[in-house]
Design a protein around this ligand. Structure first.
Ligand SMILES: O=C(O)CCC(=O)C(=O)O
Length: 303
């Protein structure tokens, strides 16, 4: 992996959607043209019954199993602030918790959409479950690129996708979105009345540009609304060198705190967190897990 010259300026190929979003179009799979058209026009598309009932059932049973376990994470029994949702349960880092969730994040249709809207080698930005319990209020309206202070029209930073593990209804907290808001400039403020609910059967996905205004809905039904929140981001949203992996974890205490912070053992709001916690805590938990794994393997005689 050599350090090579940056590519030529591709700015002229950028597409601008209204006054809100610009993006460099990537590889287009003609079989999904109708889906691309909906995303370009509304900012989102609903992909009905993308996943099999068996995949959905397995995901729900794994969520129930994980929720009961010690390693479920700090928001598994309720959010820590109104944005996470005080009556909303979240488990982060699903890719690290069970193999049952793999197929959701790499569905070919989703990858084909990402191949068009994002640049090659895009990344998983967050992978979490969002279980909105009865009584939860509407989440604050937001865009998922809200932590990046660039003026609109701004480059597309990523994609958000909500997978319904239960039917999403008008009363159980279906994600609400404002159609066309990916085209808005910075002056335009979102209004609740403009939002529409992503009503869809279990096993579906609402796929949206992260310049779209949206929120979790209020759950006034009697049952939880289970879902997966899968977000992807541009491949360039990271440092040249992967500093948190490139720095030995054995004796992090010997590094000056300022250097640790520069190496990514720090957060910008939620960015940089590990399983909903500070990255340093995440690393220490992983070290412990590795030591326990090595001891088990040693007992088995592997080494
Ligand atoms: O739960 C939902 O429907 C949306 C959640 C969301 O947008 C978020 O937490 O960023």
């Amino acid at each position: 992996m050599a350090f090579v010259a940056p590519p030529p300026n591709l700015s002229k190929e950028r597409i601008q959607l209204g006054e809100g979003t610009t993006f460099l179009p990537g590889k287009k799979d003609p079989s999904i043209q109708h889906l691309i058209d909906q995303v370009v026009s509304n900012g989102y598309v609903i992909l009905e019954r993308l996943y099999t009932p068996a995949e959905v059932e397995l995901a729900k049973s794994e969520l129930a199993r994980l929720e009961a376990s010690e390693s479920s994470g700090p928001a598994a029994r309720g959010g820590r602030n109104p944005f996470e949702g005080l009556s909303t349960k979240r488990m982060y880092c699903l890719q690290d918790k069970s193999r049952a969730f793999d197929s959701f994040a790499i569905h070919p249709t989703v990858m084909a959409l990402n191949d068009y809207f994002l640049q090659p080698h895009y990344l998983l930005n967050t992978y979490q479950s969002v279980i909105i319990e009865p009584g939860e209020e509407e989440q604050r309206m937001h865009t998922d690129d809200g932590l990046i202070p660039l003026p609109r029209p701004r480059p597309l930073m990523g994609i958000g996708a909500m997978v319904s593990l239960d039917d999403f209804t008008a009363t159980n907290g279906a994600t609400t979105l404002i159609p066309g808001s990916h085209r808005w400039n910075d002056e335009r403020e979102p209004r609740r009345e403009e939002m529409v609910s992503a009503i869809m059967p279990a096993g579906s996905m609402v796929y949206f540009l992260n310049t779209v205004w949206h929120s979790g809905g209020a759950n006034i039904s009697g049952a939880p609304r289970r879902s997966l929140n899968i977000q992807y981001c541009q491949p360039w949203i990271r440092s040249f060198e992967n500093m948190t992996v490139a720095t030995g974890w054995e004796d992090l205490d010997s590094l000056p705190p300022k250097l640790l912070s520069l190496l990514g053992f720090s957060t910008h709001s939620f960015m940089g967190s590990v399983d909903g916690r500070a990255p340093r805590t995440g690393v220490e938990l992983r070290k412990k897990r590795l030591i326990e794994w090595a001891l088990r393997e040693h007992e088995k005689g592997t080494f």
